[in-house]
Design a protein. Structure first.
Length: 371
């Protein structure tokens, strides 16, 4: 029978992700709107975004946080184009976005001393093969495969190379070993349910040293340049953005940070996400027609929860369409490059009660299309 209880919030998209519970756009502090982002008011708001991010995440002393153009993609590309080329590079990739960084490194930057450590969807490469003398580029959480790095134990404390980590669906949802990460990128529209188009770039002192002592042999577009005269442009990490940001998006991000603080900080946000995964895990255990795409429990993502179904590709699409039509779950089809299946966002902005309400609907939709 068709379930009677629907999720209060059917937004389970993996990006842009659901706004936080209780979100009200009219509650945003919009005093910066219509003002220059270089005014004292605008710069203060941008610096607050950087400072509060560092404070809430508990970043080590000396780590810098900046707001940069073009979402997480822009932040990653800034790092790749500005930092790579001095050492050999290991690219660890097991899904679409990580494979995209490998393509950019080999086909756009045309670096030759590159090792590809890869695995199929649902699996993780052998992380022990990473050479600590090399720079390493990897995603912490494979958003399109639902496979995450279980920990940072494989990263050497005495490494010579830099660790460049795309952590866009992990920051604020997973424990990150900051001392082992030299470059971390994320975007507002993932775990915090913020707005798109802006990226966050976090640099360790080791990354800053590389920027100030190494000049890549290729030209850098203006929006990628982080140094001038051999010195870091510190203003980027103090609210003086490279180009004009949306101050409305900044206000929205500050609202999301306030919410994180109000629920108990990052630890509480992580727990909310893990609780959502536990709901799906229990459902999968009780139903033999649905499985996690991730093969190892320790690598299960608690944000982008990817599932396979014992049904044909067209039937899976029918399931997704049915759930959309019923107003139960929007935008939950697998990523276009991934195996056919479902992808549920389980980040902290999704309420556990909504995830629980969704589970019977998944079973109903499956029974409808396979009857």
């Amino acid at each position: 029978m068709q379930p009677q209880v629907k999720p209060n919030n059917p937004n389970f998209s993996s990006g842009p992700c659901s706004k936080r519970p209780g979100y009200d756009v009219s509650a945003l502090d919009i005093s910066t709107l219509g003002r220059s982002h270089r005014s004292s008011l605008g710069k203060a708001a941008l610096q607050q975004a950087c400072d509060r991010t560092a404070e809430l995440l508990g970043l080590p002393e000396g780590y810098r946080v900046g707001v940069v153009p073009a979402s997480d993609t822009g932040a990653v590309e800034m790092a790749l184009w500005s930092l790579l080329g001095q050492r050999p590079v290991d690219v660890v990739h097991w899904e679409s976005f990580g494979s995209g960084w490998h393509s950019d490194i080999t086909k756009q930057l045309k670096l030759e001393d590159v090792r590809s450590l890869t695995a199929e969807y649902g699996q993780l490469p052998d992380l022990s093969e990473v050479n600590p003398a090399h720079d390493v580029v990897f995603t912490w959480n494979g958003t399109t495969s639902g496979v995450k790095v279980p920990n940072g134990d494989w990263i050497a404390d005495d490494r010579e190379g830099l660790t460049i980590c795309d952590a866009t669906s992990a920051v604020f949802a997973m424990e990150l070993p900051w001392e082992k990460l030299d470059v971390v990128t994320f975007s507002w529209q993932k775990v915090l349910g913020g707005e798109g188009a802006h990226g966050m770039l976090i640099l360790s002192p080791r990354a800053v040293e590389r920027l100030e002592t190494y000049t890549p042999p290729w030209p850098l577009p203006k929006i990628f340049r982080m140094t001038k005269g051999g010195k870091l442009i510190e203003g980027i990490f103090k609210g003086a953005t490279i180009n004009t940001p949306s101050m409305l998006c900044v206000a929205d991000y500050l609202d999301a940070l306030n919410w994180i603080e109000s629920i108990g900080g990052v630890a509480a946000a992580i727990k909310k996400s893990e609780d959502n995964l536990a709901v799906v895990d229990g459902f999968v255990a009780e139903n033999d027609w649905i499985q996690f795409l991730a093969q190892e429990p320790s690598t299960l993502s608690n944000t982008s929860i990817c599932l396979t179904v014992d049904a044909g590709a067209d039937q899976v699409k029918q399931m997704v369409k049915l759930l959309d039509q019923e107003g139960v779950a929007y935008d939950i089809g697998a990523y276009r490059d991934a195996p056919d299946g479902l992808r549920l966002w389980g980040g902290a902005t999704v309420e556990q009660a909504d995830m629980e309400a969704l589970m019977p609907w998944l079973k109903w939709a499956y029974e409808q299309v396979t009857a």
